[in-house]
Ligand binder design. Structure first.
Ligand SMILES: [Zn+2]
Length: 269
């Protein structure tokens, strides 16, 4: 059962169905919205998102654009080469911002990064749980430094299956201080530890995809960027989460605009 709340705190709806929830959800805030976290393509577990469907979603929810990277299948080369190419093709539409997914734990990431750079990639996505490496390992540090040397931010899966986060990411940040990091899912699982380390660090953002409300309200809004984790997450829930956090933590209008787009957009120019 999902409850939908109105701006004034009144209960608008109780529903079992996402479509029902979407149809009753109050409109997207009248601000620019940019999604930091979308997977394109097909996942082994059946989750799937095609670029046409994403573009239709962006239009429906009034989003300006979305950072896109592959789902969890790395392919035979183990470096996501095929899936990265699909993302780059989709990014012919300027609303889609391509990040390349790499595997620091397998050979060949240098070549895949070079291919992506030549094609205009805007960032790198790494998943320590999916590709079985530690964020602070030498191979991870090598990829993060290489991305930063090209001015690319690196978005890390941070939460769900990763036990400790604060010390590993503090060690990574110290080893690659010139690379800006986006920590996904609000650092869910060790958010308090991460916030203690990075609250004042303007080289780190936490995306809100599938994050916990209590974690988000404890973070400075300057450290937060909106994300959905489509197709694992959905826009109704993702937007509703940030609206609630904004109300609870009493973010100002400029802070809300920063969370929904500005904080991330500054990193993508
Ligand atoms: Zn994700």
């Amino acid at each position: 059962m999902t409850r939908v709340w109105g701006e004034d705190g009144a209960l608008l709806a109780e529903t079992d169905g996402l479509a029902e929830l979407e149809s009753r959800l109050v409109a997207v805030p009248d601000v620019d919205v940019l999604d930091a976290h979308v997977h394109l393509g097909r996942d082994a577990d059946g989750h799937e998102l095609a670029s046409e469907d994403l573009l239709a979603d962006l239009k429906r929810w009034g989003l300006a654009g979305a950072v896109c990277f592959p789902a969890s299948d790395p392919g035979d080369d183990r470096q996501f080469a095929r899936a990265n190419a699909v993302v780059r093709e989709a990014a012919d539409d300027a609303r889609l911002i391509p990040f390349c997914r790499l595997n620091p734990a397998a050979p060949g990431w240098e070549q895949e990064l070079a291919t992506a750079l030549a094609a205009g990639v805007r960032g790198v996505k790494l998943h320590p749980v999916g590709q079985s490496f530690r964020p602070e390992s030498p191979e991870s540090i090598a990829v993060v430094r290489a991305a930063g040397a090209e001015g690319l931010p690196v978005l890390f899966h941070a939460g769900f299956g990763a036990r400790r986060l604060a010390e590993p990411f503090a060690a990574l940040r110290a080893a690659a201080p010139d690379t800006r990091l986006i920590l996904a899912h609000g650092g869910r699982g060790d958010a308090r530890g991460l916030a203690a380390v990075f609250a004042e660090d303007d080289g780190v953002l936490f995306d809100t995809s599938l994050a916990s409300l209590t974690d988000l309200v404890d973070l400075p809004p300057a450290r937060i960027c909106f994300g959905s984790d489509r197709p694992y997450g959905d826009y109704a829930t993702a937007i509703d989460l940030v609206r609630r956090a904004a109300r609870l933590a009493r973010w100002s209008a400029p802070e809300i605009a920063g969370v929904f787009a500005g904080n991330l957009r500054r990193w993508l120019v």
